[in-house]
Design a protein around this ligand. Structure first.
Ligand code: PGA
Length: 306
């Protein structure tokens, strides 16, 4: 057998995406180059690795077996690169952080201070949804994730580092604005603008209403906090958002926080990385920095009193 690391890397990408096109985009190769690598690998092994089921590309039994090996070989290669990188020390190196969308409201502030302190480290920040974060952790493609609910699908280490209170927001003209201790049952009559399924904010809100035995009257669904806030301002309903997302609107009075029984919901932000992962010095410096300093730099604003 003359199987090469390059072939295995190409195979791993095609098998993960089950798509030659996506694999070629990820690897910055042309599609014929990817197909050729796979054909050579199949010739070498004397076994077909993929089959076409209608339009879908699927793994054969040999493909599934090889995928297990190629994943662990890829992981070892990445770890080798990281260890080599780490020998260059903390003052250099790359740092790849991926965060849930709400984290975007404070992550750049943290990175700005971190960058002043470690100008030699070049951070990359990806903002994405929970499902993608879990995939990135599983593939070992990032150093650290920041999210509101650590995943159970992948074995991870997680550390809570800062509060993430969720509040009920309303437009300033809403009749409940300024009322104290609004009963939850009263809120049950209101329509709520919802985040997309998969949003941590939405999960926490649904869990709370469920525990209280209350149904939520779903209004429109929006994938972005910014859209949710605009919808609430436009009178499309109330919503539940992280206090981090409404700092500016509270300053300008464009949105109000309602004083609802059971709120704010107490949540935390977590730093998450794969269990057993050797953090590079850059990633370790970032982890230490966030755990020790994030609350001073990026804590949510104090809740306005009713
Ligand atoms: P999200 O925030 O709602 O933007 O996914 C993450 C979380 O609160 O868990």
């Amino acid at each position: 057998m003359h199987v090469t690391l390059r072939q295995l890397r190409v195979f791993e990408a095609v098998a993960r995406h089950l798509s030659y096109t996506k694999a070629s985009q990820e690897l910055h190769l042309s599609q014929p180059a990817v197909s050729m690598q796979i054909r050579q690998l199949e010739d070498d092994l004397g076994l077909p690795l993929f089959e076409k089921l209608g339009k879908r590309t699927a793994l054969t039994e040999a493909g599934r077996e090889l995928y297990q090996y190629s994943r662990s070989i890829n992981r070892s290669l990445q770890e080798m690169e990281e260890v080599m990188q780490s020998l260059k020390g903390v003052n250099r190196g790359r740092l790849h952080v991926a965060v849930a969308s709400t984290v975007n409201y404070f992550a750049p502030r943290l990175l700005a201070v971190f960058h002043q302190r470690y100008p030699g480290i070049s951070p990359r920040l990806d903002v994405t949804n929970r499902e993608a974060l879990v995939r990135l952790l599983d593939n070992n493609s990032i150093d650290i994730a920041v999210m509101g609910i650590p995943p159970t699908e992948v074995e991870v280490e997680s550390e809570a580092f800062m509060d993430n209170p969720l509040v009920v927001i309303a437009p300033p003209s809403h009749p409940l604005v300024g009322k104290a201790q609004i009963p939850l049952t009263r809120i049950g009559n209101e329509t709520f603008v919802m985040r997309e399924p998969g949003s941590g904010t939405r999960q926490a809100m649904e869990r709370f209403f469920n525990e209280q035995g209350l149904a939520i009257r779903h209004g429109m669904q929006m994938t972005r906090n910014e859209a949710v806030k605009q919808a609430v301002r436009s009178g499309l309903g109330l919503s539940v958002v992280s206090l981090h997302t409404i700092e500016l609107e509270l300053e300008t009075g464009r949105l109000k926080v309602l004083d609802v029984e059971g709120f704010p919901l107490a949540r935390k932000w977590y730093l998450v990385y794969r269990r057993g992962k050797r953090l590079s010095p850059a990633a370790r410096a970032f982890r230490d920095f966030v755990v020790q300093e994030a609350p001073q730099i990026a804590a949510p604003v104090p809740l306005p009193r009713a």
